[in-house]
Design a binder for this molecule. Structure first.
Ligand SMILES: Cc1ncc(COP(=O)(O)O)c(C=O)c1O
Length: 428
């Protein structure tokens, strides 16, 4: 049990609440450390640049596609305040399904479920975890990962993440360690895996040849009897900045691969449509072994779980997304903001080039909101120095890595941001 949970339980000891807390209740705590705490500190002190946040800003305000802003005055009362369906609005589910096929051409005609609407990607991952991860099970996950997986897998499900090293020593995705981790943590040749590309915190997405290699290695494991369930966290989908990156979801590769492989795609509007507070995500299922009836049954189970937990998701947000996805010009407007992030990515690459061979080694990155430095020294000390002496907010990961969210810093600040980060590192 996490030490924070133990502390809270101690506080509640001998109270009436203590008499009634469930096992789940006893395991729960709020992670007042890590990203949450570091972001809160930056919110106060990062007056120059706040590169902590998982949002995308432009001119120091959250990006908002004008079409979305306009909808707040154009929607009818019913579109704003009525209840939404527990499955999600039918029109939105159909539109999102077509979007999945459009953005992932390798899917071809592979059968996939209708997406079920969930409250953000977090809601999607926790629904998938509730439905498919049992107590005490191992869940394969890279050692560089979004820390909320700890709360969902360990805290909520009382299961355990089993980590493999994300990179090889020469900076490639560590496919051998990944496959080894699957084999070692499979119980009766059955295991759940969480994958996230573009990755938080590294900003790395598999290259085309790495994705192909992963597909073949998983197929081999499936043929030798391993049953694998892939929870595919596509939070930063679409933000791919290099030609050689695999710019589809891994869902495309696993959806029709083998009867022993199930793929659960977790994606959503949060980052793809720059609407972080909308809380709209989707859960979509596929496997070579699942027919229409099976997929319908999974949709019903997921909607039942939504009904039992949050009942349904924001009607207003779903109405706005329906209007956006049906509008002829929305997609090109939305894309122009992806391009703003891509320009920053190129500026980051250019800015760090001058500092090669210093105490900060940039881990390979090619996509998403973030990049990470491996710090020769203590990353947490560097973070604190940046915050106190330079008014710059960053995130330290495991005292070893410094995560920088270039999504949250305007293009004209990138060069100065990186110059200051390197300066702080030299004087550590
Ligand atoms: C990898 C990853 N997955 C999921 C999420 C959660 O997304 P949402 O805000 O839609 O719950 C985040 C948010 O930061 C993330 O970084």
């Amino acid at each position: 049990m996490d030490s924070l949970a133990i502390e809270l339980n101690q506080t509640l000891k001998n109270t009436i609440a203590d008499v009634f807390l469930s096992d789940y209740g006893r395991r729960m705590y709020f992670p007042v450390y890590g990203i949450v705490e570091q972001s809160a500190q930056a919110g106060k002190d990062a007056k120059l640049y706040n590169a902590t946040t998982g949002m995308a800003v432009h001119n120091r305000k959250p990006i908002m596609v004008p079409f979305i802003r306009k909808q707040f005055t154009e929607l009818s009362e019913a579109q704003i305040v009525s209840y939404a369906n527990s499955y999600g609005e039918a029109e939105l589910r159909t539109l999102w399904k077509s979007e999945i096929y459009r953005k992932n051409p390798t899917l071809g005609k592979a059968l996939i479920s209708l997406p079920v609407v969930v409250p953000g990607l977090t809601g999607g991952i926790s629904q998938a975890a509730s439905l498919f991860i049992g107590e005490g099970e191992k869940v394969v996950c890279s050692d560089l990962y979004w820390e909320n997986y700890d709360m969902i897998v360990d805290g909520m499900r009382n299961a355990e993440l089993a980590h493999f090293p994300f990179y090889t020593p020469d900076g490639k995705f560590n496919i051998d360690a990944f496959c080894r981790c699957i084999v070692e943590n499979a119980s009766d040749k059955r295991v759940t895996v969480i994958l996230n590309f573009p990755n938080n915190p590294t900003g790395y997405t598999l290259l085309k040849k790495e994705a192909e290699d992963m597909k073949n290695r998983i197929l081999d494991l499936a043929c030798s009897g391993y049953k694998m369930n892939f929870i595919i966290d596509d939070a930063y989908f679409g933000l791919f900045y290099e030609e050689d990156v695999y710019s589809e979801s891994l869902f495309s590769l696993f959806a029709d691969l083998h009867e022993n492989v199930m793929a659960i795609k977790i994606d959503g509007a949060t980052k793809e449509h720059f609407v972080w507070g909308f809380r709209i995500g989707f859960v979509t299922y596929a496997s070579k072994g699942l027919n229409e009836d099976h997929l319908k049954a999974l949709e019903m189970k997921t909607a039942g779980s939504i009904r039992a937990s949050v009942s349904n998701c924001s009607k207003t947000a779903q109405s706005i997304l329906i209007a956006a996805l049906k509008d002829g010009e929305y997609e090109s407007d939305r894309k122009s903001y992806d391009e703003i992030l891509e320009a920053r990515y190129r500026k980051v690459k250019e800015s760090i080039e001058a500092y090669k061979g210093t105490r900060l080694k940039a881990l390979p990155f090619n996509s998403g909101y973030f990049m990470c430095f491996e710090v020769d020294g203590n990353a947490e000390k560097l973070r604190q120095k940046l915050l106190k002496e330079f008014a710059i907010g960053t995130i330290s990961v495991k005292d070893k890595y410094l995560r920088v969210a270039f999504s949250a810093v305007d293009l004209d600040g990138i060069e100065e941001l990186y110059a200051k980060i390197f300066k702080a590192a030299e004087s550590l």
